[in-house]
Design a binder for this molecule. Structure first.
Ligand SMILES: Cc1cc2nc3c(=O)[nH]c(=O)nc-3n(C[C@H](O)[C@H](O)[C@H](O)COP(=O)(O)OP(=O)(O)OC[C@H]3O[C@@H](n4cnc5c(N)ncnc54)[C@H](O)[C@@H]3O)c2cc1C
Length: 382
């Protein structure tokens, strides 16, 4: 198959970096995917190895333990993980937390946590969603109440990616119930041996089975007053709003990677599978379906590349990030469905990657803000 065009933002150094990341993934991730799906989480050792390699916080300045690169380095990692169909390694969420710290944290918080996150000594999660509050985060009920020079946290969170392994959880909590949207803060909670903190069972999901998505419980959990991100109460929502574009572009990149992989896998399969005396790819319906998928892949690639360039330049805006999340995740869902159909019954068998990709793709339209919420945000710009 003719390859999609080379991205404008790539250069010779980044090509070398991509080769290294590809080799790392081939050695340390791809061979373990099936085992991780069964145990429902990756090995902690993977985080240490990825930390040694310098890929965890590739776009964080060196003074904080990062690799001093830019968004292109992270984009390469997300693309290469998508190229092997990995949805277990929660490096995406880890990177988001690092950016909360870098852009919103105090100097002490950055120095304390970023080097540990970079080395994979600490694994990060972000806990916003609760049983009664998902899209509408104003409904968050978890409370953090000032008690002397510490806070007492009570509440529970659900669907938290990296929840089983997380050592550092950024918790969205109400610090002032009377202050409306200004009554929320983000608290940095170190979970190891923390009294009152409990991790529920790893949730059984439709797809992304190697990712440790959990419920978290806080029962009189005590953290220091310095646990408030940025050191000032009431800025939780403002922090969330300013960092969400990073997450949404990441999800768009993963969707684009999955679309390109599905196209390649399906072209290969349709070229060798025969029916009625000819390869499937000779049939007009197959050719037309794959032509449609390729058209969407090429259009998607152009838009994703544009988004990556804006991320590198620091000019990404909320509306564009929401458009990318909406369009790429919706397109991913349609493409997985069309490609699976061309595999016939084999497409329904989990031993065929397309079946896993179909299941893995479904949540892309839900987490990181649902498609409906993306439309709400986009509509505000009309
Ligand atoms: C695998 C997985 C991993 C996740 N990881 C994390 C994580 O790491 N951290 C975290 O905090 N959360 C995480 N989430 C939670 C995820 O972000 C929420 O599930 C999502 O935001 C939707 O919230 P909800 O499930 O409560 O659905 P609801 O908010 O109850 O929505 C239900 C339906 O109503 C629609 N709806 C809601 N409001 C509106 C509106 N105003 N207009 C139109 N339609 C609307 C929604 O679009 C949806 O279709 C994860 C979820 C999953 C499934």
């Amino acid at each position: 198959m003719q390859t999609l065009r080379t991205s404008r933002w790539m250069d010779a150094d980044l090509a070398l970096y991509r080769d290294m990341v590809r080799r790392f993934i081939a050695a340390e991730i791809d061979p373990h995917q099936e085992r991780w799906r069964k145990q429902q989480h990756v090995d902690r050792a993977l985080w240490h190895k990825a930390g040694e390699f310098g890929m965890l916080l590739a776009d964080i300045p060196e003074e904080y333990g990062g690799a001093g690169g830019n968004y292109a380095h992270m984009a390469i990692l997300f693309e290469e993980l998508a190229a092997v169909g990995d949805r277990a390694f929660g490096v995406h969420v880890h990177a988001i937390v690092a950016h909360y710290l870098l852009n919103q944290g105090t100097e002490e918080q950055k120095k304390k946590y970023l080097p540990k996150l970079a080395r994979g000594e600490m694994i990060a999660a972000i806990a916003m969603t609760e049983p009664g509050a998902g899209s509408d985060l104003q409904g968050v009920r978890t409370r953090a109440v000032k008690d002397g020079d510490s806070y007492l946290i009570n509440g529970s969170k659900i669907f938290i990616s990296n929840g089983y392994l997380a050592d550092l959880v950024v918790v969205v909590a109400k610090t002032d119930p009377a202050a409306g949207a200004k009554g929320f803060s983000l608290l940095l909670v170190e979970t190891r041996d923390l009294p009152g903190y409990r991790v529920g069972r790893i949730l059984e999901k439709l797809g992304q089975k190697g990712q440790d998505t959990c419920e978290l419980f806080f029962d009189d959990v005590r953290v220091g007053a310095d646990a408030v991100l940025g050191g000032v109460e009431g800025r939780g929502f403002a922090h969330l709003m300013s960092e969400l574009p990073y997450e949404r572009i990441m999800l768009a990149i993963s969707a684009q990677g999955a679309i390109e992989r599905a196209l390649q896998l399906t072209v290969d399969y349709a070229s060798q599978r025969k029916a009625f005396g000819q390869p499937l790819i000779e049939m007009q319906n197959t050719r037309f379906k794959l032509a449609e998928v390729k058209a969407q892949a090429v259009v998607g690639r152009s838009f994703v590349d544009d988004c990556i360039e804006r991320m590198i330049a620091g000019t990404m805006d909320t509306t564009t990030a929401s458009i990318a999340k909406l369009w790429l995740s919706e397109t991913e869902g349609r493409v997985m469905d069309e490609c699976l159909q061309l595999f016939g019954g084999y497409g329904y068998m989990l031993e065929y990657p397309i079946a896993q990709m179909y299941a893995d793709a479904r949540v892309q339209r839900i987490y990181g803000g649902t498609s409906e919420i993306m439309k709400e945000i986009i509509a505000r710009s009309l």
